[in-house]
Design a protein. Structure first.
Length: 258
């Protein structure tokens, strides 16, 4: 059958390179239903509730304060070793369109635990709507993707093999979800040690969360314990912060007739 040769765009080269880099990371999946009643009630009462990507980014970073393994990368150059970061670096997957083509880019959120939740949410929302060239992380990723293949391989090797570049380009954790487009489970891959995905918040306050983790860095039992801590932080610290946000005005009561 005859076909037509099409050039691979820079955004698709980025995903291809990302998949290639992720092949060497032995990710294990842990799935759990979180019971988030207090958080759900706080979001329902807020005038402009933050999105779940921002909520999970800050909650995971808060848990990582006391869990150094959540800020630890596995580096294999010049010899296999761990590289512990002083703060969490989140990479949030953002769906965009470039020249009529759907693509996914990554927005970096550093030290989300030290930022107001509204600021974390603003960083992610801006990445979803701002012109591509105005988002620094997008510019860096696309600039590398436009390089010739040999130079891209060198750039990705440096990014994967050295601690600081790996933290800057791939973060200590990632978040990816398609819940905005309907129900379904997503098991993404990543060069980073952790990547979280989530479904839709149910009417009873339950939320399906999938944590994929680098088994070289951590085992399943600590992940189960950490997920319990994540649930607690979401229902306490994060819910309390959302409760302080502006609430919608109450409707005025009609004046009683004579």
């Amino acid at each position: 059958m005859r076909g037509k040769i099409r050039r691979i765009s820079a955004p698709r080269r980025l995903i291809a390179d990302l998949m290639h880099a992720s092949q060497g990371v032995p990710l294990i999946s842990y799935r759990r239903t979180l019971q988030l009643g207090p958080l759900a009630r706080a979001r329902a009462a807020a005038a402009s509730p933050p999105g779940f990507a921002a909520i999970l980014a800050k909650a995971f970073s808060l848990v990582a304060r006391d869990e150094p393994l959540l800020r630890t990368l596995y580096i294999d150059f010049p010899w296999p070793h761990f590289f512990e970061l002083p703060k969490s670096v989140g990479m949030i997957a953002v769906a965009r369109r470039i020249d009529g083509e759907d693509c996914v880019l990554m927005q970096k959120v550093t030290a989300a635990d030290t930022r107001p939740l509204t600021e974390v949410d603003s960083i992610i929302r801006e990445a979803r709507t701002a012109p591509i060239e105005t988002v620094p992380m997008f510019r860096k990723l696309l600039r590398i993707s436009r390089m010739p293949w040999p130079l891209r391989r060198v750039a990705w090797w440096v990014g994967m093999s050295l601690g600081r570049p790996r933290a800057n380009f791939f973060g200590s954790f990632g978040i990816s979800s398609v819940s905005a487009f309907g129900p379904g489970d997503l098991y993404p891959v990543s060069p980073g040690p952790y990547i979280l995905s989530y479904g839709r918040l149910a009417d009873d306050g339950s939320l399906e969360v999938i944590v994929r983790f680098d088994h070289r860095v951590i085992d399943a039992a600590p992940i189960a314990r950490i997920t319990t801590s994540l649930e607690q932080v979401l229902n306490t610290t994060i819910a309390a912060e959302i409760e302080q946000l502006e609430r919608p005005p109450r409707p005025l009561r009609a004046a009683a007739g004579p």
